[in-house]
Design a protein around this ligand. Sequence first.
Ligand SMILES: [Zn+2]
Length: 147
Amino acid sequence: MCPSCSIEIESFLCIVTCTNPTVERFRKEQQEVLWRAMKDIQTPPLVFLQLQNGIRSGTQPLEQDSGLISTKASISQESTHDYASIAHAAYLQQTFELGWDQVLRGRISTLWGEAAYMEGLSLQQHADQKSWGASLIRALLCYSQSL
Ligand SMILES: [Zn+2]
């Protein structure tokens, strides 16, 4: 039993959200490895930041803020090609439809690949969208297996 979160030490939840200093330190070290891997595969900055935020907040759902939900509705209507909007839509889909815990199992919103591709284009990076997505999933699985 973990003294901080009072769930089993080896359970997924304790490892991902626990505030026990030892568990937290270990998680941070492993996250540094993940951030490096995400840089190595040329994850563009905005997509990187959004993924980092979601992964850091772990399985805790974002506040069910009505502003976010109405933004979600407007995004699906507009079908914009602006990478920031696509990245935002990816974040919302990951948060409300898939869940951030699923990220650690390699289940990511397909919008991440689209956002990364569009942002990469704007930065004149010519990374292949498909291989980026596959590499990201590999990095995420590697991270969750290290926990
Ligand atoms: Zn714990």
